[in-house]
Design a protein around this ligand. Structure first.
Ligand code: ZN
Length: 374
């Protein structure tokens, strides 16, 4: 959060700029000046980068607003020196929806490219003639003469680059969505990740014999592909379990009027690291080990837990898919949640560690099933 600057709020979505982006702008300005450009030419370079990133933000809004149509909200859009990032709550699981959300970003770049082309034609320019020098030699980009053609060119590049069929590019999601129409999601993800990794290796190889920059793209794709495959494997393991399968029946609720010192005692005495806090037999929030330590540091032993309780909490139900519970907990940044049965009775708690253990146990079972050939 502290590394990013809020620059706008559009359609209910906050747009942040990572501070390193400012360094990029300053660097371009200084590099242009030291290459012998005049101040106004150097500024033109900065304006161009801003225009380029405006296109990137519009691309991200393409994803975000399409996702919203399927009731998926976007927490924020962040502008990084390497591009933009729309933090969607999740990707839609319906392959048709995922396809549309993934395509919406690149589609925005197509629309921008078409608008610029239309403008160039209407203002009487020969599009082919103005684009030709750019396509031959990128160093020909002279922004004071070629601003719009350069922006057009960049949008076409953004479109093509994002549609490379590999995670974390949009093309990877398009591929997964298409595969999901035939295979289950986990299999589709695995196939898409394999294709992505193959492309990544190809890029690195081409990078060594050609453009060095391709090596970075290759590494970026390789990491993205493995990340997505791991995430999806975990998700599919978790979807087989419910909260009931892993919840803890044994736990120590803390009372809001107990002291921080008492909480420290309980913390040291057992294995529990997160606690439910109650007052008048009602849950009023949760407390983690970090909260207790920080409270001890700032307020001392004698202060009541009520002062440091984290009032955000949600109820989980026993029949909830573990997947869903995990998503809810991550979204609300909760490390522990109370669990209720069908009759509304509090019967236990679930923490992040339970979920992690469940993943380990399930993947071990999976492994033994494969070895036994079941
Ligand atoms: Zn995108």
């Amino acid at each position: 959060m502290t590394w990013s600057l809020k620059i706008a709020r559009v359609a209910g979505i906050n747009v942040y700029m990572h501070w390193t982006f400012l360094i990029l702008l300053a660097w371009i300005f200084i590099a242009n000046l030291s290459a012998g450009q005049s101040t106004s030419e150097a500024l033109m370079g900065v304006v161009f980068v801003l225009a380029l990133f405006a296109c990137v933000v519009l691309h991200e809004f393409g994803h975000a607003l399409t996702a919203r149509r399927f009731n998926i909200q976007t927490q924020r859009i962040t502008l990084l020196p390497i591009g933009g990032l729309a933090m969607l709550e999740k990707m839609p699981e319906d392959p048709r929806q995922e396809l549309l959300v993934a395509l919406a970003g690149p589609a925005v770049n197509v629309v921008i490219a078409m608008l610029i082309t239309a403008y160039l034609i209407l203002s009487g320019q020969d599009v082919q003639a103005v684009m030709a020098p750019l396509l031959k030699d990128l160093s020909q980009i002279d922004l004071s003469k070629n601003f719009l053609p350069s922006l057009l060119f960049i949008n076409v590049v953004l479109f093509a680059f994002n549609l490379i069929p590999a995670f974390p590019m949009d093309g990877g999601r398009v591929l997964r969505a298409l595969l999901s129409m035939r295979y289950d999601r986990a299999t589709a993800t695995n196939i898409a990740a394999k294709i992505g990794q193959f492309l990544a290796i190809l890029f690195v190889f081409l990078g060594f014999i050609g453009n060095f920059f391709l090596i970075f793209i290759g590494l970026f794709i390789y990491l993205g592909a493995s990340g997505e495959a791991n995430y999806e494997t975990q998700r599919s393991l978790l979807s087989r379990l419910t909260v009931k399968d892993v919840l803890m029946h044994q736990y120590t609720p803390l009372h809001a009027w107990e002291t921080i010192g008492k909480a420290v005692e309980i913390l040291l005495d057992g294995q529990e690291k997160e606690f439910i806090v109650t007052e008048d037999n009602q849950i009023i929030g949760t407390i983690s080990r970090d909260d207790i330590i920080k409270g001890l540091q700032l307020l001392g032993n004698e202060e009541r837990l009520k002062r440091i309780v984290n009032p955000n909490w949600i109820r989980l139900s026993t029949n909830m898919e573990l997947n869903e519970a995990y998503e809810q907990m991550s979204k609300n940044k909760l490390s522990i949640c109370p669990v209720y049965d069908e009759s509304g009775q509090l019967i236990g708690v679930l923490n992040q560690e339970n979920i992690l253990e469940a993943v380990m146990v399930e993947s071990a079972r999976e492994g033994s099933r494969i070895r036994q050939g079941v």
